[in-house]
Design a protein around this ligand. Structure first.
Ligand code: SD4
Length: 338
């Protein structure tokens, strides 16, 4: 299956860092983070887009938007929409696996260069949750809308109402119901929330995240993905981070905000992701062996990083004309089998 065909490319982010350093050493020290970003842009490393998991069609769409002069906000929205519309993806939008009662419920959020954000939780029957989140951000005085309120708002904005439970996902749910065993074990088959971060030609950063959450979750359960600071955080002066995996664990450590704050303190995106995973696995009595969490991050200079607890997490990165899947380094080096 596709997600298992990883490109061995762990050194790429190192190349990015080295390149960034070279660029910086060739010139007088730039005054601000924005100037650094613009310098990199002049040298071809911007725009860039990264996303969780193997979603090359989504990053291609986002890059198309960026290349045609679109904003990073438009890019992350339209990139995420590709996966929301992809019925084969069983963790996002249409075709997402349902909760234990058979309802597909979506969580999504979006954040722009100004620190504005919008989010929807427990949204039913509307596949483009990320676009509803954007409308919440732009057209309401609020940050988050939930459930029926979110759906009614979406309808008022002209979103199409449709059944999101596909035959394939219904069949999977019916098979699950035979035993009804709920084990929140995260693996690449049932977890591929799409989180996307982009920097446009102006050096401005935006991010978005969209998911149907954990398969067979309790009705009403909301994860990290729509919670600003947990599933996603963007600070246009510093960088951005987005999470995937067992949302409860991300929420408990306010993971994405943590990664951005660590970058603010001078850590590279890679170091920051590693330290944030460390906060989870190093808790006393952490049962990290039973779940997965992964982070991807980018800083203002266009350096990227990704890290997870277990093997098989990956990031898709589109930069300098290359759209590729990069296998993430991970904490638990004990042999994992799928
Ligand atoms: C959640 N973080 O709802 C999401 C699930 C996920 O890949 O990331 N799946 O907890």
């Amino acid at each position: 299956m596709n997600r298992r065909k990883f490109i061995k490319n762990a050194s790429l982010s190192g190349v990015g860092i080295a390149l960034g350093n070279t660029l910086m050493s060739c010139k007088e020290t730039p005054e601000t983070q924005s100037e650094i970003a613009l310098e990199n842009s002049a040298n071809g490393s911007l725009p860039l887009v990264i996303a969780t998991w193997h979603v090359e069609n989504a990053t291609a769409k986002a890059m198309e938007v960026l290349q045609s002069g679109g904003s990073s906000l438009d890019a992350v929205e339209q990139g995420c929409m590709v996966e929301e519309a992809n019925e084969k993806g069983q963790s996002v939008g249409k075709g997402g696996l349902p909760d234990r009662d058979g309802n597909v419920t979506l969580d999504a959020c979006i954040m722009d260069k100004y620190g504005n954000c919008g989010s929807v939780v427990f949204l039913k029957d509307i596949k483009h949750a990320v676009s509803v989140a954007r409308k919440v951000m732009e057209d309401t005085p609020h940050v988050m809308l939930a459930g029926d309120g979110a759906k009614q708002f979406a309808i008022s904005k002209g979103f199409e109402v449709e059944n999101l439970l596909t035959e394939a996902s219904k069949k999977a749910w019916e098979e699950w119901k035979v035993k009804s065993e709920y084990k929140p074990i995260i693996n690449i088959e049932n977890h591929d929330t799409i989180g996307m971060l982009a920097i446009d030609k102006n050096g401005d950063i935006s991010g978005a995240c969209t998911t149907s959450g954990l398969a067979y979750k309790m009705a009403g359960r909301v994860g990290d993905s729509p919670i600003i600071g947990s599933g996603l955080f963007v600070d246009n002066e510093i960088g951005a981070c987005v999470a995937t995996g067992l949302g409860e664990e991300v929420v408990k450590t306010v993971g994405s905000f943590l990664v951005v704050e660590l970058m603010r303190q001078g850590k590279s995106p890679q170091q920051a992701c590693e330290e944030a995973i460390g906060r989870i696995v190093n808790k006393p009595n952490s049962n990290y062996k039973d779940f997965q969490v992964g982070y991807i991050a980018v800083n203002k200079q266009g350096e990227t990083g990704s890290y997870s607890i277990h093997q098989w997490f990956s990031m898709t990165k589109f930069q300098d004309g290359k759209n590729e899947q990069i296998q993430s380094d991970f904490y638990n080096k004990a042999k994992t089998t799928l």
